[in-house]
Design a protein around this ligand. Structure first.
Ligand code: PLP
Length: 456
């Protein structure tokens, strides 16, 4: 193996790191549908969005024509502390699978937050600081986004208020302490500190909270406190834009060795890591310069692409956020509590939804026991303990490599390894004890929540 020309890790020099983000929408013929104001049913304007989001981020959200947007120097400097992230040739996994396929993964878990989310958190914190704001609010479920945002806010000396779903707050005390170490205030949601929180607590005493409810609280605090704005870690166009750094680095690294992937695989929750990883490749595909198979992998327990409907829907369960046109299971859809692997959002980025709708990418769903089997197999040969979310991509990469073994095809597979699983050991414990099972929603359950889609 040692005489192989391609190194185990392809690193980039600082000078080779991207200087701009790539805005995929600029090359899309069919643009993603605009966010709508739920009150009027009309596209949201910059004026309507600016009390909620930072000015520069509103601009990025609405910009569907500028292909390249400069990454400000201060953000590039921060990126240099933990990027470029390695693109790894999975020689050991290939050997173990005895496949002629060539497998590469882009590893985003090399920072304290343990995931790709820091790429957008630092950008959002930077623009908030530049606007002279005092701080930002957000929600977090499992905690990766809250952790990334607290790191970014402490770097720019911004106040950071995180509404953390109460059940996670209680069950994931270590995540909470990482956030507090970076100076964030972490509030279990629902809380007594907001109007909506008090209302929910009065109606459902003893509730352990939900992401939708935490979003509602974070938005309320941002809009009621001067000098605060709300930030979100996935789904939005601006987040996909920032995450394009993943794909741009991947493309530069592959190009250095003349490697052309046949397929690019990523897990899809709200779509930000996948949207970022595929951005420059999809750009080539849209411009007719190259062709790739692009595969989104989602959990069978929350299958927005594969079983959802392409329609306008609320982004939150509280039904206060803008309407987005996306593949959705309905904002009232809640994946089974049995599901341990993240990627629980009911909808999907509107950019990826449009691309999927136009037949430019594929989607598959996988069950969690097979996801954890792949995670374990990967950990044992490649050394990294993967996040359950990332392991969805590992599962399908392994499946594709095994197909190559049967056909003898030497395909090149690139997948996104979005993060590490150190805070997911309760799920690993369940798997190791043989107590993990699969719960897939019935057609009736999905139809029921789809019946409650807003009428547009
Ligand atoms: C949040 C997260 C995801 C899913 O979010 P996307 O916006 O779909 O990328 C995937 N992997 C990890 C490790 C995460 O933290």
């Amino acid at each position: 193996m040692s005489e192989n020309k391609i190194p185990y890790k392809i690193y980039l020099e600082e000078a080779e790191m991207p200087k701009s983000w790539y805005n995929l929408r600029a090359d899309m013929k069919n643009k993603p549908a605009p966010l709508l104001n739920p009150g009027t049913g009309k596209p949201l304007t910059a004026e309507e969005l600016s009390p909620i989001f930072c000015e520069e981020l509103v601009k990025q959200e609405l910009d569907e024509t500028t292909a390249y947007i400069d990454i400000p120097g201060e953000i590039r400097d921060f990126y240099k502390m933990y990027r470029p992230s390695p693109l790894v040739r999975a020689y050991c996994l290939e050997k173990k699978l005895d496949t002629p396929a060539k497998i590469y993964y882009k590893f985003e878990g090399n920072n304290t937050s343990g995931s790709h989310k820091l790429n957008s958190a630092i950008a959002q914190a930077y623009y908030a600081k530049k606007q002279g704001l005092k701080g930002v609010t957000t929600e977090t479920g499992a905690g990766q986004w809250g952790t990334a945002l607290s790191m970014a806010c402490s770097y720019f000396d911004l106040d950071c208020k995180v509404y953390m779903v109460k059940v996670s707050y209680e069950q994931k005390p270590f995540r909470r302490e990482v956030m507090r170490t970076y100076g964030a205030s972490v509030v279990p949601s629902p809380s007594e500190s907001t109007e909506i929180g008090r209302k929910i607590l009065a109606e459902h005493p003893g509730t352990t909270g939900s992401l939708g409810c935490a979003i509602s609280e974070a938005v309320e605090v941002a809009t009621k406190n001067p000098g605060y704005r709300y930030v979100l870690g996935s789904v939005l166009n601006q987040v996909l834009l920032h995450q394009s750094v993943i794909g741009l680095e991947t493309k530069t690294a592959l190009d250095k060795y003349g490697i052309r992937p046949d397929m690019i695989i990523g897990c899809a929750g709200g779509g930000s890591n996948l949207g970022g990883l595929i951005a420059p490749f999809m750009g080539e595909k849209l411009r007719g310069e190259a062709d790739y198979r692009i595969i989104a992998v989602e959990p069978a327990s929350c299958p927005s692409f594969t079983r959802g409907r392409f329609a306008y829907d609320f982004c939150d369960t509280g039904m206060i956020c803008p309407l987005a046109k996306m593949y959705t299971l309905g904002s009232s859809f809640i994946p089974s509590a049995n599901h341990a692997g993240g990627l629980r959002f009911h909808g999907m980025s509107s950019t990826l939804s449009q691309l999927y709708h136009d037949g430019l990418m594929e989607a598959v769903s996988v069950e969690q026991t097979e996801v954890f089997e792949a995670a374990e197999q990967f950990a044992r040969v490649e050394g990294i303990l993967p996040a359950p979310e990332s392991s969805h991509a590992i599962r399908v990469a392994i499946n594709e490599a095994l197909k190559c073994k049967e056909t003898g095809e030497e395909k090149t597979i690139v997948f996104g390894l979005t993060g590490t699983g150190y805070f997911d050991l309760v799920a690993y414990e369940k798997f190791n004890n043989g107590e993990m099972s699969d719960e897939i929603p019935t057609d009736e359950q999905i139809a029921e929540s789809l019946a409650r889609l807003p009428q547009i």
